[in-house]
Design a binder for this molecule. Structure first.
Ligand SMILES: Nc1ncnc2c1ncn2[C@@H]1O[C@H](COP(=O)(O)OP(=O)(O)OP(=O)(O)O)[C@@H](O)[C@H]1O
Length: 295
């Protein structure tokens, strides 16, 4: 069997290469011959992964942060032969690893590669690219670009949450039109979220209803509210009860289109995405990931 290790030397603490021998040794025990592909720039992970698919590799291991993982998955999704995916998280947020209960300690995640336990997970299509965790539209989505690399290193996921909350309190709402399955929602919204997993933005309670393999986008629309109501929504987020709030519309969808008269930018798995209008759908149980047995 053949495995490709896609390693981003610049991820996290810039120590990806220190783990390569350990990964190779574990994969060898499992009967894999490994090739190492080191990324040098944006999209390298996507091209490497596409090569692994067309050359019939049996497994691809992403060794890096969410950016590397995202690029790797984008290389997998459209292929007919899709190798199993192993994830060694080295980044700051590691949302997808959290959602799948993959250890955040790289050494522990490497040991997990021995496991025969896998899970087929949903992938979201967003215009002509893919996402695994969450799409956000509104003030919080715009805010995540203000997080500096220093803040990210010091505060980790909290940096996004703090920036996001700061922006939300500015109480800027945007007119949104959301067509989902056979339904439609229109109104002014502070924030729209479409989540595939329960771990989003480094927060394990933001979207607790979402499961990685339920074939659904879990959507939350926060309406324009006054500061008192906003405080109640912020508390609900911390308790994992966002959908219970009266100013929050919650629905699930397999397919949706979202538009606005304002040229709003989107945030897709923590990175800047296309401006509205955008279209999303779910590819159900599309990628097989090595996970711990408790999944
Ligand atoms: N050798 C390299 N040097 C610099 N950047 C690279 C290199 N190889 C890939 N990249 C780019 O670095 C981006 C960020 O990588 P990644 O998300 O893995 O690390 P990170 O930023 O430390 O993680 P996180 O975002 O979770 O904190 C990737 O999306 C990729 O485009």
């Amino acid at each position: 069997m053949k495995a490709m290790i896609i390693a981003n030397p610049s991820s996290g603490k810039e120590n990806a290469l220190e783990y390569i021998e350990q990964i190779k040794a574990i994969l060898k025990e499992k009967g894999y011959e490994s090739t190492v592909s080191k990324t040098e720039k944006e999209l390298d992970a996507t091209y490497f992964c596409q090569d692994a698919c067309t050359n019939d590799y049996d497994m691809v291991v992403s060794l890096g942060g969410d950016g590397t993982l995202h690029e790797t998955i984008n290389g997998l999704v459209d292929q007919t032969h899709r190798p199993k995916l192993g994830i060694i998280p080295l980044g700051t947020v590691n949302d997808f690893a959290r959602a799948l209960n993959i250890p955040l300690d790289p050494e522990e995640a490497i040991k997990l590669l021995k496991s025969d336990h896998t899970k087929k997970v949903d992938i979201g299509k967003f215009n002509d690219r893919y996402f695994v965790n969450i799409v956000a539209v509104g003030a919080i989505a715009e805010a995540t670009y203000d997080v500096t690399p220093e803040q990210k290193t010091k505060l980790g996921p909290l940096a996004y949450v703090l920036e996001g909350l700061k922006e939300l309190t500015s109480n800027r709402a945007y007119p949104l039109s959301i067509e989902y399955d056979e339904m439609k929602w229109e109104g002014d919204s502070l924030l729209f979220l479409a989540a595939l997993t329960r771990s989003t933005g480094g927060f394990e309670k933001l979207t607790p209803e979402a499961r990685v393999d339920d074939g659904m986008l879990h959507c939350y629309v926060i309406r324009q509210v006054n500061m008192i109501r906003f405080a109640s929504i912020a508390t609900a987020i911390l308790k994992g009860e966002l959908k219970e709030e009266e100013d929050v519309e919650y629905f699930t969808a397999k397919h949706l289109k979202i538009s606005s008269p304002d040229p709003l930018v989107t945030n897709v798995d923590g990175e800047q995405g296309d401006r509205l209008p955008v279209e999303m759908e779910v590819k159900t149980s599309h990628i097989e990931v090595v996970v711990p047995e408790l999944n």
